[in-house]
Ligand binder design. Structure first.
Ligand code: DAH
Length: 336
């Protein structure tokens, strides 16, 4: 009996099955009612009493080992079966979902690209600023409404720490740290204390331009902006400059382009005027140059500032500003 058990134990250890049929054959051969292990249990009756305890234990171990081995083989078979059924090696791989660039990034990149072709480099400054860089150095009078909590997000009062309301603050940073000639473009995010609606947001993006050198004139400004408008909106685009006011430029102007939707004939978009406003600009006020340590008797310069959302709307007719910050992929995927 003992040698038979040893022999069957070896057989069990050597169990292997490549298919479910082979596995079932093993089960029948060893563990079914008439199987070899079951037969041994039948023979157990003939074992002398004094050996019953030991042989009984060996038999139970043998049966349990056989059952465990069959279970293992079954699990292994199932695992490979699953893999071979699911895997179709001829199928092309899943495509990785590709993200798209945000429309504001695309347009910002295009603005930078256009101005870099006429010598502008990019400079950035902090979004958290002090009063002097955002207002003081830029010739804002002490009582200017922009200095009010209603219009500006203050982080601290006295001394003022605030979120910049325009990228003109980067002009201050550049002029106080660099010597002319200066020719920079300052893209960035700005913040204003506005109720959020389809046409206003509490943050948006601007690109500021600044050029300072000897003998810079308003004609240079106009030429650079005309070049930009044609590059951005097409060769047939026209510009017009309307007198305006900004504390940091003198003279100041706002620039319109001929409506790029109707070509200047007049439509709902341009309110039937044929023109749409795209930026503010002017000659840097001598007070600003002096505040930043640049001799205004030697140097002059021009500056301009535009809203990236505005330019993007003109290019893509996005009707609701809020879409830019909602990250809805149905919106973003349209800018492949
Ligand atoms: N900073 C102005 C604004 O946020 C835009 C602007 C106007 C910038 C005229 C300029 C400029 O540099 O010359 O509305």
């Amino acid at each position: 009996m003992k040698s038979k058990i040893a022999q069957l134990t070896d057989a069990v250890n050597a169990f292997s099955a490549k298919t479910h049929e082979e596995l079932e054959a093993l089960r029948i051969q060893y563990l079914s009612k008439k199987g070899e292990i079951s037969e041994l249990f039948n023979d157990f009756r003939t074992v002398p009493n004094e050996e019953k305890r030991e042989i009984g234990q060996l038999l139970n171990q043998l049966r349990d080992a056989a059952q465990a081995k069959l279970n293992d083989l079954k699990t292994a078979l199932e695992a490979t079966k699953g893999a071979s059924e699911k895997m179709d090696l001829t199928r092309s791989a899943d495509t990785l979902p590709l993200g798209t660039r945000h429309p504001l990034s695309l347009v910002k990149g295009e603005i930078i690209d256009i101005f870099s072709r006429i010598g502008f480099t990019v400079a950035e400054g902090p979004e958290i600023e002090d009063d002097w860089h955002v207002f003081g150095a830029l010739n804002f009078p002490p009582e200017h409404p922009a200095r009010d909590m209603q219009d500006t997000f203050f982080i601290e009062k006295d001394p003022d720490v605030l979120l910049r309301t325009h990228t003109s603050s980067v002009q201050t940073r550049i002029m106080t740290t660099q010597k002319p000639p200066i020719r920079v473009l300052c893209p960035g995010r700005v913040y204003r204390n506005e109720a959020i609606s389809y046409r206003a947001h509490c943050f948006f993006h601007q690109v500021e331009g600044l050029y300072i050198d000897k003998n810079v004139s308003f004609a240079d400004l106009k030429q650079a902006l005309l070049y930009f408008a044609k590059e951005m909106f097409g060769e047939n685009t026209e510009i017009r400059l309307r007198p305006s006011y900004f504390p940091f430029t003198e003279p100041s102007a706002e620039m319109d382009i001929s409506c790029n939707l109707c070509g200047g004939k007049g439509c709902n978009f341009c309110k039937h005027t044929g023109w749409v406003e795209i930026l503010g600009c002017g000659m840097v006020d001598p007070n600003v140059l002096e505040a930043c340590g640049i001799d205004s008797t030697i140097y002059s310069g021009y500056a301009f500032g535009m809203g990236v959302e505005r330019i993007t709307n003109l290019k893509f007719q996005v009707k609701d500003l809020r879409l830019f910050s909602e990250n809805d992929v149905r919106f973003l995927q349209q800018f492949q």
